[in-house]
Design a protein around this ligand. Structure first.
Ligand SMILES: Nc1ncnc2c1ncn2[C@@H]1O[C@H](COP(=O)(O)OP(=O)(O)OP(=O)(O)O)[C@@H](O)[C@H]1O
Ligand SMILES: [Mg+2]
Length: 174
């Protein structure tokens, strides 16, 4: 029962989820983690923790919303690898609470049917993804506008007004 209560607490509060991973969120990070907005744009200084928070949000979504496709874009392969590395580190630190069906270099597929896929902006397969629950664009200021316009329709189904249980979200990270 205690474990169930603890799991529920983490499911409902991403700031608490961060704390279980040993990260005490800064005030802006806490606001981000508790945000229910379906569009978020971060305009923060270098090394402030944007990618770390994005990785955390991606993993939280995958673990606690079964069947979610989470797409993480970054301008180039190196940044994609860095972002995905953070996701995997958190996943392993938590002790893989939901087993992986497949753990690849740039993607993680869980047994609850959630998937986290990380792609460099140069990848032509991006257009093949649909039904994206959460889109994260890391280093968005360096991602070409045409790429952003290409991925935006993936989120079109949701529209607005789903603030409390957003089925689809975009997070753009500068
Ligand atoms: N709340 C926090 N507590 C402790 N360490 C943190 C916290 N947030 C971020 N960090 C650490 O700060 C460092 C920078 O984080 P990160 O790479 O996520 O920043 P960034 O804003 O994406 O940087 P860049 O501008 O280079 O892309 C990392 O080592 C990360 O672990
Ligand atoms: Mg970063």
């Amino acid at each position: 029962m205690v474990a169930l209560a603890e799991d529920l607490r983490l499911a409902l509060d991403r700031a608490e989820f961060a704390r279980t991973l040993g990260l005490e969120p800064d005030p802006w990070q806490e606001r981000l983690l508790r945000s229910t907005s379906d569009r978020v744009l971060l305009n923060c200084c270098r090394q402030s923790g944007k990618s770390t928070m994005s990785a955390l949000i991606a993993l939280h979504r995958a673990l606690y919303h079964p069947g979610s496709l989470i797409l993480c874009l970054a301008p180039a392969l190196r940044q994609s690898q860095e972002l995905f590395g953070k996701v995997l580190t958190f996943y392993r630190d938590l002790g893989r609470p939901i087993p992986a069906q497949a753990e690849r270099k740039l993607s993680l597929e869980l047994e609850n049917d959630s998937r986290i896929v990380t792609l460099p902006g140069t990848d032509k397969t991006i257009r093949g993804f649909s039904g994206t629950a959460l889109l994260i664009v890391d280093e968005a200021s360096r991602v070409a506008d045409e790429l952003y316009f290409a991925v935006r329709p993936m989120l079109a189904v949701s529209g607005g007004g789903l603030a409390h249980h957003p089925a689809r979200q975009t997070w753009c990270v500068l």
